[in-house]
Design a protein around this ligand. Sequence first.
Ligand SMILES: C[S@@+](CC[C@H](N)C(=O)[O-])C[C@H]1O[C@@H](n2cnc3c(N)ncnc32)[C@H](O)[C@@H]1O
Length: 432
Amino acid sequence: MNKIITGNVLEKINDIEKKSVQCVVTSPPYWGLRDYGDDNQLGLEETPEEYVENMVKVFREVKRVLKDDGTLWLNLGDSYINQPAGNSNLTFSKKQKSNFGSHIRHKKSTIGNNLKTKDLAGIPWRVAFALQADGWYLRQDIIWHKPNPMPESVKDRCTKSHEYIFLLSKSSKYYYDKDAIAEKTLTMDNSNRDRDNQKLNNTPGRTRMAGLKTNNYETRNKRSVWASKYDDIEHESKHRQGMHKARGEKIVVTRPLLPTQEEFIAFLKKRTNAKSLANITDISLTTVEHWFRKDNSGFSYPSIEHWNEIRNHIDDKSYQFQTIDNKMTMVSHHTDEIKIKKDGKNRRSVWKINTKPYKEAHFAVFPEKLPELCIKAGSKKGDIILDPFFGSGTTGWVAQRLGRKWLGVELNPEYIKIANKRFQQQELFNAV
Ligand SMILES: C[S@@+](CC[C@H](N)C(=O)[O-])C[C@H]1O[C@@H](n2cnc3c(N)ncnc32)[C@H](O)[C@@H]1O
């Protein structure tokens, strides 16, 4: 176990034992995107149909080696049609090892002869439907949201910032550990958290916090994943605890130093009475009377606004007045306390994961987080994880880190070297 099989997946997958694999996490070469430098490579088929057909063949074999309750997590990106049908000059030379871009030039298309220049080829869904037709259960389309997408110089559509991960299963019931990939949730409790009033952005004379500054941001093309203004739950939590009033959040203002009821009534009675206060202000007598009430339920303190209206009338320059005035006007701001709940909510179908270049590889490698989520949900420790398009071996590496066994198939010996080096480096690192 834990080995890379060198060769064409369509042949080499036969070396893997039937029903031995619990979970497959893979990213086949996208249609028309890149030349991996081998005649047996998949992805350079001339038409979408040929590509889809090959994918069905590969995953039919994958199904054979998958356990009955196993899952396939299939990452696919899309491409645009760049040349009109009929261009027969397309050759992918060995020199073209780098990225072709996400635009395919293709010979001819037979998909209803419908594909025109500028059309989105719709490859992920074509593959997904073909796999469904071949007997797979198509359980979910997960959107991989890339906050750092490849720049595109387009002016008539959004910049593509997503790909698909299809969750497919061999049977209607399959192993899936929802708790292993549960998301953190926010909840409110009723207790208030004291905030240092002095730090509030809206305190007169204080420097406003950077987050509330008005910035003139340069614009960029709208991306194809439209999310809420919060990047994620942590971002939202911080934002909210930072006391920025958002999403109907309640900022609670309290007066923590208020004098006791007795102290306040005694103070007030020494200087004035309800009728004269009502007379000299616009405040109704009924309201003012509450400030003098000895019974708990009937008593209330003047609001800060009302206090500011009456304070000049009862200001006797005394020490007592200063003390009461301070106590009446001192305010503290609180927000609702945000707590992270221990048992999270079921993971949502949009996964926000930055792409991460792997310096050794010339092709797109998985960011570790992506196979990590699939493996955690799709397997237990000790299970076998397969990536039939192993590349630099991210799936295998993450599987190993998570205590699973792994198998990989890879056509290009150069990439196998990269993968092996990665494992060796990591083992050295672990040994230190
Ligand atoms: C998108 S890359 C996979 C990257 C991988 N997920 C990683 O994290 O490094 C696709 C890989 O499929 C390999 N490949 C292409 N055609 C193949 C074939 N017929 N059999 C086996 N591997 C193939 C390519 O050489 C390439 O390494």
